[in-house]
Design a protein around this ligand. Sequence first.
Ligand code: CA
Length: 405
Amino acid sequence: MDALDVIMNKDKIIPYFQPIVSADTQLVIGYEVLARIELEDGVKSLGWFFKDHTIPDEYRQEVDEYVCNHALEKFLALEREAKLFINVDMNDILANDGERLIKNLKSFESKGLLLSNIVIEFTEQDFNGDFSLLKHFITYIQSLGIQLAIDDVGKVGSNLDRIALLKPNIVKVDLEFLEGDAFPQLYRDVLYSLSLLTRKIGATLMFEGVGSFNQLNYAWRNGGRYYQGFYLSRPKPTFQEVDFCKDSLKKEFHHFIHYERKKIEAQLVLTEKLGQLLKNSLKKLKSFYNYDDVVMHISKELNEVSFRIYICDHDGYQQSGNAVKGENNLWRLEEGSRYKNWSWRPYFLENIVRMNYERKGLLSDLYTDIEKDEMIRTYSFPINDQLYLFVDIPYNYLFEQDGLI
Ligand code: CA
């Protein structure tokens, strides 16, 4: 099928609607409009047609408006509170200062459409015009009550700084391109930054391309509020019922919560166990005068759990050398880090204050150790209100226990 076939068969083009479900109510909050063409040999997506810039602009715009108007008419007839997500190419839209789009939407407003139920989706990295004009236009449409979603975020080339400047209402992350259920660590970390960013700028994080149970779990764990994808529902020529997946989603959330709860419990159990071990171990010491002796003494008791142990004062200056586990489980003392300051590290001061206040140890999140280049956790423990012990736990140990990675 080529562009001409599409134009010749315009009457066979119809809008399909894919439901978007919210985690908080487990109900459909809206539908994304997707262009489909119903030919004798089946229904085909027209996604390629809108992305192909060798097709003359007027053809693409003609089909785009045709689909959009049909979608808006059906949406008006729905007479139910929902949002309609419409895809646009901002290069085309801004070619006439956005006037065509606004005029069209306003004509539907006079028929009863609430502009606050419209979400405009666009892909930021496809935009190649003047960024300040884009920002200006987005601010304008948001002032009309229209919401803005940035599409395809998280793929190569999406700029977090631009997203922050544009202040979208919704950030859409596509999970579809992740093959199978394997999620590379790097991508997890990118998503983590994205979930922090959306939280900071007051945007809603949404996952599309949710194609499996594991991807849904992933979306839920990574702060996704809205979900869209084949796993929930394929796009349809009609609007899915509002509660079509409420029961199944509730069951799935129950699994997710049960599993995460087990993980949190496992972390608390380890925290408790290490706290007890250290208390007993420190009792056996006559004095804390020689910090190197303290860490070497503790290393014997924590041989199985740790690969590196050291002591810092409450300003973050390291007071001992590093007790480090080498070949054959033999521990030795490394001088290099003594008197270095670690207060600049994320969470460091907060953790010191917390330990001092709560008088008990803390287990960190999983993070990559710079020297070892592997995922570890650190257990920290207050010896007294001046000295803090840090116990680095290797990936091997965490992996062998349930629920620690
Ligand atoms: Ca889209």
